[in-house]
Ligand binder design. Structure first.
Ligand code: NAG
Ligand code: NAG
Length: 344
């Protein structure tokens, strides 16, 4: 009789324990999110006092899977501290190209095409490929490969976190950290992905203008206006409300390629370190911009394209960037793109 009672109590408390865990999971939204308004203004939760601390412990142990560990002193594992110390002075444009460790061939195609540092006469351009750590399974064989590649080209910046899509924001932010530490006087910084066509001459001469005035608050690209968070679970860009609860994102420049003044890059970095980072890096940069009271500057019309456009010599000479170009295609069109065509 006594034993049975004990068992009931035991089962009962186990059940309660499970219940607490489930309830806690439901209430993940109490993790300090990056909502602009302070936590204290949120609806009060109705936990008895004892539960709150237990909930806190539970959440401390189980962060949201999309939570990014930032700020955090991720090491630069392959680094080029003197990349920006060129005889021509501070670079006019620092290209931070986001790549994965295994993208050896893609990087080579980019070096031979739009990543070429000497493409724009009289303008100092510096290129760095930013990459994280490969999946442990491939780490061994990739390490030697990456060391060889870097010995030959001296343009890899490897940072010490796992290279995944959901860690892309970390890659951009640590790229900016590198800039803050080793290249703080770069006039402009370009964040660019690998699956694009880029026309550096047009970018430099028509959009950035080396002889024009400095624009400390300048950031441009393809601008998404009044963007709405994707709330469909399973979607590539799904944004759980517990990570960002507002129904609009601030305007932001699309991830495939955006360019900002060096001074703005440094301020964006500083702001970024004061908020919970979002895994959508372009959205997060837009969020930081808003915290600074700024908005993206419109680029000349139709110069940053997020939808694929078929290659056309004359049209591509009058734009900056086209998304969805694979390396083979880049290599294929590049010789034609470089030829002078007087009929344009
Ligand atoms: C980069 O461009 C320069 C000037 O156009 C050219 O001489 C050089 O061969 C190019 N480099 C590569 C790696 O394609
Ligand atoms: C991001 O990198 C960290 C550190 O390497 C890793 O522990 C984590 O799993 C990665 N996060 C995602 C979402 O891939």
């Amino acid at each position: 009789m006594r034993r049975q009672l004990k068992l009931t109590v035991l089962l009962g408390s186990t059940f309660m324990g499970l219940l607490v865990l489930l309830v806690d999971q439901e209430q993940d939204s109490c993790i300090p999110s990056m909502d602009p308004w302070p936590l204290s203004q949120k609806a009060p939760t109705e936990d008895p006092p004892g539960l709150t601390s237990r909930k806190f412990e539970w959440q401390a142990r189980t962060p949201h899977p999309l939570d990014l560990k930032y700020p955090y002193p991720y090491p630069f594992l392959i680094n080029h501290p003197d990349k920006c110390e060129s005889p021509g002075g501070a670079p006019f444009l620092l290209m931070l190209v986001m790549t994965r460790p295994q993208d050896v061939g893609i990087r080579q195609a980019i070096r031979q095409t739009w990543g070429n540092e000497t493409l724009v006469p009289g303008v100092v351009i510096r290129r760095l490929f930013v990459l994280g750590l490969p999946q442990p399974l491939f780490a061994q064989e990739l390490r030697a490969l990456l060391e060889d590649e870097d010995r030959e080209h001296g343009d890899l910046l490897q940072v010490g976190f796992l290279d995944t899509y959901h860690n892309l924001t970390l890659k951009v932010l640590t790229g900016l950290e590198w800039m803050a530490q080793y290249c703080p006087t770069a006039h402009y910084v370009l964040k660019v992905d690998t699956d694009v066509f880029l026309n550096p001459s047009y970018l430099v001469q028509q959009v950035l203008r080396p002889n024009g005035p400095l624009r400390p608050n300048f950031i441009t690209g393809y601008i998404y206006r009044n963007p709405v968070p994707m709330r469909r679970p399973g979607h590539k860009w799904h944004m759980p409300p517990e990570l960002y609860s507002q129904n609009k994102y601030p305007d932001y420049c699309a991830g495939p390629g955006y360019v900002m003044s060096g001074s703005l890059a440094l301020r964006i970095l500083r702001v970024a370190q004061g908020f919970k980072a979002l895994y959508l890096e372009d959205v997060f940069v837009g969020f930081c911009l808003k915290q600074l009271g700024l908005k993206p500057t419109p680029a000349p019309p139709n110069t940053f394209l997020v939808v694929k456009r078929k290659y056309d010599h004359c049209a591509f000479h009058k734009l900056v960037l086209v998304h969805h170009f694979q390396p083979q295609e880049l290599l294929q069109i590049w010789p034609d793109f470089l030829t002078a065509n007087i009929t344009c």
